[in-house]
Design a protein around this ligand. Structure first.
Ligand code: AGP
Length: 588
């Protein structure tokens, strides 16, 4: 998943593109490149690394022109190198192309084009798009026809923007987001609202196979056969201030500290919308909940709380495994898809599969204009504002807060979340106030080779989430383990070099966890207890306040977010842009 951006208007384009790419860098940060058009000529600069770093050596902002395109890359095909950085060209430098997605039939197309005399400069799949456009444009000198013919040749997923020497920029998409931002005397075309948020709060979301052709202040939209079409202009809910780090050093830390506020916004839902959402759930014979990464951990907790408190059976399935686990899904089924970005390819694929089998689609997103929200029968948004840090933090507790609100609607207030969430706000603030102490724990375990996180029952998905945060932020091998499974194998991993964290709040799992802690202690490991009750078996104690039993998952995850953040700092990792990752995974 990469970020792509195009602009035509009255502003000097280079500084505009540099800032847009910086705001979208969380989508991929292996390399960056910009092409601008000035006096009928295209010039390009591209290089490996983050936008700010590459800009220092290539000085993007000195590039002339008021029309241009840009790209930040998350490498899929071809190593991280200057030649594989975008924009890409055909055999001549007349048409520049930036692409997000995967062209699955690129080898075949490449062979075809090489037969026709085309010479390739990179190892990427994306370059074939530039050569195809060049080939078809040469036939009729018709931009729209060139794009139509090119798209018909592509299989896989794509959003691309092409810039022509005459100043025309155009683009198309299939299963990758592409959005138009109308501005004075021109337009932005971007992967993400953040690409143009400072300039307009209006957006035109392209549907699959739509083609956009922009010539100065004129925008023409076509379907895949060249028939003119129009798309609605949507009001964007986000404000620019929401992506400002403010007093915080990193977006990740700011987003951790936003949680006392965001769990409330997530629980504040339109009554009619949530009733409709719950009615669809209650009318369904079988309920499946799916997601990827952190959102899958929310799905596991959904399954648990629906069964335990509302006596509703729901099956949770990892989205990347969904296609292999096609339980008897039919028109009496509902799939609840959970996704912060609403653009995760595995989640969208699961939804497509379930839809084909007749299931109803409900979704929980953070971006109401996302692809997932737009293909769902009904969706609810956690509205926690842009989440820039690649590691999901406020979106996780936001998803849980919304799930508890849904639960309370399903079971007529059986967990009293209405009152419970206020208690949680105070409790989370208390944990945030212990950031320094948790930082000192990070000091003590910063050299750890392996960290095991244990939890039982509803705390097991939180153990998985804690491990994921430590893996992705601090690059330490961390594993979430169901504490009861310890003696069935994982205990063999434990020795005096191991660090074991036990999630052990005062509930029905407390005593069994203490027993497990003693088994671990006997093997000499360092034991960290995350609990509202200290115990001698812990070498290190991270205190969390007591809250009502159902709500512990929203609280006990916060120490892990802070711990992972501080471990990242102490291991010189960038908490906002962890290596090899990106915020929304739009390729399978
Ligand atoms: C979590 O910290 C990761 N960024 C990742 O696992 C993420 O949760 C996953 O890619 C799903 O993203 P989504 O919620 O936007 O679909």
């Amino acid at each position: 998943m990469c970020s792509i951006i195009g602009y035509t208007g009255s502003l000097n384009v280079a500084p505009v593109l540099v800032e847009s790419l910086k705001r979208m860098e969380y989508r991929g940060y292996d390399s960056v490149g910009i092409a601008t058009i000035n006096d009928g000529r295209i010039s390009t600069r591209k290089g490996v690394g983050r936008v700010a770093t590459v800009d220092k050596s290539l000085n993007f902002i000195t590039m002339a022109g008021q029309i241009g395109i840009g790209h930040t890359r998350w490498a899929t095909h071809g190593g991280v190198s200057d030649k594989n950085a975008h924009p890409h060209y055909g055999c001549t430098d007349d048409i520049a192309v930036v692409h997000n997605g995967i062209v699955e039939n690129y080898m075949e197309l490449k062979e075809e084009l090489v037969q026709l005399g085309h010479k390739f400069k990179s190892d990427t799949d994306s370059e074939v798009i530039a050569h195809l456009i060049e080939r078809y444009f040469a036939e009729q000198k018709d931009v729209t026809q060139a794009i139509i013919k090119t798209c018909k040749k592509l299989t896989g997923t794509y959003a691309f923007v092409a810039a022509f020497e005459d100043g025309t920029i155009c683009g198309s998409r299939y299963d990758e987001p592409l959005i138009i931002g109308p501005v004075e005397n021109g337009f932005f075309i971007s992967s993400d609202i953040l690409g143009f948020l400072p300039y307009t709060d209006k957006a035109i979301f392209l549907d699959n196979k739509d083609i956009a052709v922009i010539e100065g202040p004129s925008l023409k939209l076509y379907d895949s056969d060249g028939n003119p079409l129009s798309r609605p202009i949507t009001q964007v809910a986000w404000e620019l201030a929401a992506i400002d780090k403010g007093k915080f050093t990193h977006h990740t830390l700011k987003e951790i500290y936003e949680q006392p506020h965001t769990i409330i916004t997530a629980a504040t839902q339109d009554r009619e919308k949530i009733n409709n959402f719950c009615q669809i759930l209650l009318n369904s014979k079988t309920i499946y909940v799916t997601g990827s990464g952190t959102s899958y951990h929310s799905a596991l907790i959904a399954k648990h709380i629906f069964a335990r408190f509302a006596k509703i059976r729901a099956e949770s399935i990892m989205s990347s495994e969904f296609q292999y686990a096609l339980d008897p899904i039919d028109s009496s089924s509902v799939l609840v898809a959970i996704s912060q970005s609403g653009e995760t390819a595995d989640v969208l694929q699961s939804v497509k599969t379930a839809k084909l089998m007749g299931a109803k689609i409900l979704s929980i997103v953070n971006i109401p204009t996302s692809s997932l929200a737009r293909i769902s029968d009904s969706f609810l948004s956690i509205d926690c504002g842009p989440e820039i840090g690649v590691a999901a933090t406020k979106s996780f507790t936001g998803q849980l807060s919304l799930l508890y609100t849904v639960l309370d609607t399903l079971c007529y207030g059986c967990v009293e979340y209405k009152a419970g969430k206020l208690e949680l706000v105070d409790a989370i603030k208390e944990v945030l106030a212990s950031e320094t102490e948790i930082g000192q724990v990070a000091d003590r375990i910063r050299e750890a080779r392996d960290i095991y996180i244990m939890g039982r029952s509803i705390h097991y998905p939180v153990a998985l989430e804690g491990a994921l945060k430590i893996k992705e932020l601090a690059y330490i091998h961390a594993e979430g383990i169901a504490a009861g499974e310890l003696k069935h194998g994982p205990l063999a991993l434990i020795d005096k070099n191991s660090v074991v964290v036990i999630i052990n709040p005062r509930d029905t799992t407390f005593d069994d966890n203490l027993a497990s802690a003693h088994e671990i202690k006997a093997r000499g490991a360092i034991i960290i207890g995350v609990s509202d009750e200290p115990n001698d078996v812990y070498d290190i104690f991270i205190r969390i306040p007591s809250v009502r039993v159902p709500f512990y998952p929203l609280l006990e995850v916060v120490p892990f977010q802070i711990l992972a953040y501080h471990l990242a700092l102490r291991r010189n990792a960038d908490p906002d842009y962890p290596r090899n990752l990106a915020k929304s995974v739009t390729v399978k």
